[in-house]
Write a protein that binds this ligand. Structure first.
Ligand SMILES: *Cc1c(COP(=O)(O)O)cnc(C)c1O
Length: 372
């Protein structure tokens, strides 16, 4: 090989033949910074207890004996456990699971989106949705929420009637605003979706306030309704990567076509089943976090901030002429929150009592230094 041809080939390597629409795109991800108070990705701040850790260890040890074999690709035992956890008459055939609900939703778009098809949501909302659409060559469109981040049923129905999307993605509670969807809106959208699915992303459902319903209640009424859940938030199991959904058996069956073979490892299935056997304990901190959330909302309002109503384990508050300066000021004091949502707003995840005290103290200091 001559010098010239070598440099030509290294030039080729320097610019891999990426899809045009992916050039220059930054990969998704909140900063993973090692700071004392991490309130930026809505994790449960309480790790599993020693007893639950021991149970998970035992389950993984047992699964390890068969790691020369592929896992049960239909994850039947896990589906049974998830169906039992969900209740509402959901059967194992109506459950699907994957590596995080992100992968569950990617499966949905692989099967029900695609070239020539449209996915739709209402902004501000979860920033991953347009990425699933892009990665599956699904067209993407957003409608808009009202000033208080709720959905106006008439406006939403009008848009869906006009655009006839194949998939509508709607979190309830919504991220980053914390806004839950009333049954009335879900029902109206399912009725008007003549050829599409409504995916209600209930990643934060376990944190909802008393009186806020779950879309699971509507599954028997609407065959085009899908409800996704995750073990990453209330279940305190973000590191295990387990998400799931409940929908008609026909929808679940369709997802088997697009999943990669054996997508859920034997270790993941064992960890998830062990965690579900200890659901009460893992979910034990949820009430404490809900109380802490309501107190955080009260405190922020007392400080004069505008705060969105929240049914989740985070709170969106503002508004700041320079939100980045406030975010940076908090980070300089060891408190990491999230610069997300509409301009001027910030989102804080609910942590332990001590972490929330540190957040309040840091925010008070930053506001004194940056009066606006
Ligand atoms: C955190 C979150 C999820 C969960 O993602 P996993 O892949 O299950 O960890 C899903 N939807 C929304 C809106 C979220 O904020």
């Amino acid at each position: 090989m001559t010098r010239g041809s070598r440099s030509e080939s290294s030039e080729r390597l320097a610019t891999p033949p990426l899809r045009d629409e992916l050039r220059g795109i930054q990969p998704y991800g909140a900063p993973q910074l090692d700071v004392p108070v991490q309130l930026n990705v809505n994790e449960n701040p309480y790790p599993p207890s020693a007893a639950v850790v021991a149970e998970i260890e035992r389950a993984v040890a047992l699964a390890s004996r068969d790691l020369n074999r592929y896992p049960d690709r239909e994850f039947v035992a896990l589906r049974e456990a998830l169906a039992a956890y969900l209740g509402h008459g959901v059967t194992p055939a109506q459950v699907w699971a994957a590596n995080g609900s992100n992968e569950v939703m990617l499966h949905l778009l692989q099967a029900f989106g695609g070239p020539g098809r449209l996915a739709l949501s209402f902004a501000p909302t979860y920033s991953m949705y347009p990425e699933y659409a892009r990665d599956t060559h699904t067209a993407w469109e957003v409608g808009h929420r009202e000033e208080d981040f709720s959905l106006d049923p008439e406006r939403a129905v009008t848009l869906v009637r006009q655009r006839r999307p194949h998939v509508v993605l709607l979190p309830s509670p919504n991220n980053p605003t914390g806004t839950a969807l009333p049954h009335e809106v879900i029902g109206a959208l399912c009725d008007v979706l003549d050829r599409g699915l409504l995916v209600v992303d209930e990643a934060y459902a376990e944190f909802r306030r008393a009186g806020t319903p779950s879309a699971l209640e509507l599954l028997p009424t609407y065959p085009n309704l899908v409800v996704t859940r995750t073990m990453s938030k209330a279940f305190a199991l973000a590191g295990a990567r387990v998400g799931y959904l409940a929908a008609s058996a026909e929808i679940c069956d369709a997802l088997r076509v697009v999943r990669l073979p054996y997508h859920l490892s034997a270790v993941t299935q064992a960890v998830a089943r062990a965690a579900l056997r200890h659901a009460d304990e893992l979910l034990g901190a949820v009430d404490r976090l809900r109380t802490e959330r309501d107190e955080t909302v009260q405190w922020l309002r007392g400080q004069g901030f505008t705060v969105a109503e929240s049914d989740a384990n985070f709170v969106l508050f503002g508004t700041f002429p320079d939100r980045h300066a406030v975010w940076q000021g908090l980070l300089d004091r060891g408190v990491l929150i999230r610069e997300t949502g509409p301009d001027g707003w910030l989102r804080v995840s609910i942590g332990t009592t001590a972490e929330m005290a540190a957040f309040r103290e840091a925010l008070s200091t930053v506001m004194k230094e940056n009066p606006s």
